[in-house]
Design a protein around this ligand. Structure first.
Ligand code: TXA
Ligand code: MG
Length: 330
C-alpha cells in the first residue's frame, strides 16, 4: 500500500486499472496533490471521504482533461466557456449547474458542481487515458496542510492508498482559485488562488466579487471556513518588526520563526529556528514553499511557530494571506 510510482506508461496503466476498480490514488497537480477516484463511481467516492476523514457535506472538485469533456458534467454559460478557453488547463475551478450524470456524493447534494481541468502533464496524461472524470480533494487529512509532494502524501495517508503517482513538487503550491459562475452577471470568487481577481477581470472585463468570510451556516465552500489548512503546532502571524524583536529577545525557547524572505544571516547568528518562504520575497516563490515549510516546521514539535504577515494586497498575495490566516486560526 502507498507505493510511490514514477509516471511510466506501465505505471500509468496500473493507476488506470486501480481507478477502474474503484480504488483511490494520489495524483500530482500543479496546485497541490489530489486524492483521486472515479467521479462517477459511488464506491470510489465514499472511499475518498473516508480516507480523507472529510464530512460528506463538503463537495469535491471534478477534474477533466478538456472543456469539451467538462461540458458533459456541467451546464456552461458563455462567461464560463470564455474563461475555460482562456485559462484551462490551469488552476481555475468553476462552479456551474451540475448535470444529472454527476453523483450527489460529488456535490454533497448541491445542484452545482465544481469543475477544473488541471495543467500538470502527468495528471493530464492519466485523465486522457480514462473514460471517466476524477473527483479529487487535496490529498491531506481533513483540516491539515495540503501536500505539495508525493512524500507529503505518503507521510500522512500512505498506508491508506493504493498508489501515489509522483509528479515532483507542485509548481504552484497552493490550491486553485474557485469561481462561482452560475450567474454570469455576478461572478464571484469563492476561494482566492493562483488566478487572481486582476487576471479574471482582465480576461473577461467584468467585475468579480471578492470572497466573503464564510458563515458557518453557509457551507458552500468549506475551504472558506476559517479553521482549515492548519498545522498542529500553534501558529501566530506577526509583523516583520515583531518577528525581529521576538528573535532578539529569544532565550532558547522552542519556537520557530518564519520569514517571508530570507533574512540577513548576520542578524540572526544565534537562532537555528529561523526559516523563510522565499529567497527574494516573490509571491510565486512563497506560494511554492509555504505548505512545505509549514509541514517541515510542524514536524519538529516546536511549542509555537511565528510567521511574518504577507504585506502585499494584490494578485497572488490575496490567496497567500487567505491561506496563512486559515493556517493560523484554530
Ligand atoms: O487545486 C485544487 O483545487 C485541488 C487540486 C487537487 O485540484 N483541490 C482542492 O480540493 O483543493 P478541496 O476538496 O481540498 O477543495 C475544494 C473546495 C472545497 O472547499 C469545496 O467545498 C469546494 O471546493 N466546492 C466543491 N464543490 C462545490 C460547489 N458545488 N459549490 C461550492 N463549493 C464547492
Ligand atoms: Mg483541501
Amino acid at each position: 500500500m502507498g507505493r510511490i510510482l514514477q509516471a511510466t506508461d506501465h505505471n500509468l496503466n496500473l493507476c488506470k486499472q486501480a481507478l477502474s476498480n474503484s480504488k483511490v490514488i494520489a495524483v500530482p497537480t500543479e496546485t497541490v496533490y489530489g486524492l483521486a477516484g472515479n467521479a462517477l463511481d459511488e464506491v470510489a467516492l465514499e472511499a475518498i471521504f473516508k480516507i480523507k476523514g472529510r464530512p460528506l457535506f463538503n463537495p469535491l472538485i471534478l477534474h477533466t482533461d478538456c472543456l469539451e469533456n467538462a461540458e458533459k458534467f456541467a451546464t456552461f454559460n458563455s462567461l464560463a466557456r470564455q474563461l475555460a478557453e482562456k485559462l484551462w488547463p490551469g488552476p481555475l475551478t468553476i462552479i456551474l449547474p451540475k448535470k444529472a450524470i454527476v453523483p450527489n456524493l460529488v456535490t454533497a447534494n448541491l445542484d452545482s458542481v465544481a469543475i477544473r481541468c488541471p495543467q500538470h502533464p502527468i495528471f493530464l496524461k492519466l485523465l486522457r487515458k480514462l473514460p471517466f472524470p476524477l473527483a479529487a480533494p487535496s490529498a491531506n487529512p481533513f483540516g491539515y496542510v495540503s501536500p505539495t509532494s508525493a512524500e507529503h502524501v505518503n507521510n500522512s495517508l500512505g498506508d491508506k492508498l493504493e498508489f501515489i503517482l509522483d509528479g515532483a513538487d507542485s509548481e504552484i503550491g497552493i490550491e486553485s482559485t474557485i469561481v462561482d459562475l452560475r450567474n454570469s452577471d455576478e461572478p464571484k470568487i469563492l476561494r482566492p488562488g493562483p488566478i487572481s481577481k486582476e487576471i479574471l477581470e482582465a480576461k473577461t472585463r467584468i467585475e468579480f466579487k471578492e470572497p466573503q468570510t464564510a458563515q458557518v451556516s453557509e457551507l458552500r465552500a468549506p475551504g472558506m471556513l476559517k479553521s482549515h489548512y492548519s498545522p498542529k503546532t500553534s501558529l501566530e502571524i506577526t509583523s516583520l518588526d515583531q518577528l525581529n524583536d521576538l528573535i532578539a529577545s529569544d532565550q532558547g525557547s522552542r519556537c520557530a520563526f518564519i520569514f517571508q524572505k530570507r533574512p540577513e544571516e548576520s542578524i540572526y547568528p544565534k537562532s537555528s529556528c529561523v526559516y523563510w518562504l522565499s529567497e527574494n520575497g516573490s509571491a510565486k516563490e512563497i506560494a511554492r514553499n509555504i505548505y512545505r515549510v509549514l509541514r517541515a516546521t510542524d514536524a519538529l514539535n516546536y511549542e509555537k511557530m511565528y510567521i511574518e504577515a504577507i504585506s502585499d494586497t494584490e494578485g497572488l498575495s490575496v490567496a497567500l494571506k487567505d491561506r496563512l490566516s486559515k493556517a493560523a486560526s484554530k
